[in-house]
Design a protein around this ligand. Structure first.
Ligand code: ADP
Ligand code: MG
Length: 240
């Protein structure tokens, strides 16, 4: 079964007299454990689409099945429950909580959403810190680490509840290229390890090819689906 099935998704924003057709009749399927990118210029509809997949917003018409549930049809309470249990988020500006340490930031969603015991939390967080190359940084605060490191913490935080799906809206927009590739490498590695589907949006053509499948949006329309050859290797930046 597909993890995501979008069926004829349209979204119209109405502000006063003005109507913006942000998404126009979009349909696609995404398989479990995929590494997907939505690409397109600013204003093409990437954020709107990710927000609909992530139950943060509703389409004007169409259905969006995520793991068999039509999230477009859920009410507010169910949306937020579904989101907490099934979806992790990574943001352009990291959104780490400044008064919490790196360790506590990763722990936070585990305390908020799931009833995971202390021992299990400690195990999970230590393993994640190691996975993202931050094993010795757990006690630092967000303002003591670099942008690339912050985003690696955000990847670990998104994985903490072991979601089926992680959505990352322009996760590399505030990173230099070496850090951007490193963050994408880690997401790819995590995808393999946990069989999590990662969907990231970008308008940076240089990092697009890191995805397995690229969907191109233009002016609210899904213009193209491109499968990237597996052998294609990332260029640029050291991956130390
Ligand atoms: P992208 O993420 O690709 O830059 P968006 O999904 O943010 O694109 O925006 C798609 C279109 O919808 C744009 O024309 C944008 O101005 C419009 N839009 C986005 N959010 C809103 C909103 N809350 N109200 C009105 N128009 C919006
Ligand atoms: Mg956007």
């Amino acid at each position: 079964m597909a993890l995501i099935e979008a069926k004829k998704i349209s979204k119209i924003y109405e502000t006063g007299e003005v109507k913006v057709e942000a998404l126009k009749n979009i349909s696609f399927d995404i398989e479990p454990a995929s590494f997907i990118s939505f690409v397109g210029p600013s204003g093409s509809g990437k954020t709107t689409l990710l927000n609909i997949i992530g139950c943060l917003d509703k389409p004007s018409s169409g259905s969006m099945f995520v793991n068999g549930t039509d999230v477009a049809a859920l009410d507010r309470v169910r949306s937020s429950m579904f989101r907490g249990e099934n979806i992790g988020f990574i943001f352009q500006d990291f959104n780490l909580i400044p008064v919490l340490t790196v360790y506590e930031n990763i722990e936070y969603p585990l305390l908020m959403v799931q009833n995971v015991g202390e021992e299990e939390r400690r195990k999970r967080i230590s393993a994640l810190l190691k996975d993202v190359g931050m094993a010795d940084q757990g006690n630092k605060f967000p303002d003591q680490i670099s942008g690339g490191q912050k985003q690696r913490v955000a990847v670990a935080r998104a994985l903490a509840v072991q979601p089926k799906l992680i959505l990352a809206d322009e996760p590399t927009a505030n990173l230099d290229h070496a850090s951007a590739y490193m963050v994408l490498d880690i997401m790819k590695k995590m995808k393999k390890e946990f069989h999590t589907t990662f969907i990231f949006s970008t308008h940076d053509p240089k990092i697009v090819g890191e995805a397995e499948i690229i969907y191109t949006l233009e002016d609210g329309e899904l213009k193209k689906r491109t499968a990237v050859k597996k052998s294609k290797k990332a260029k640029g930046g050291k991956h130390a």
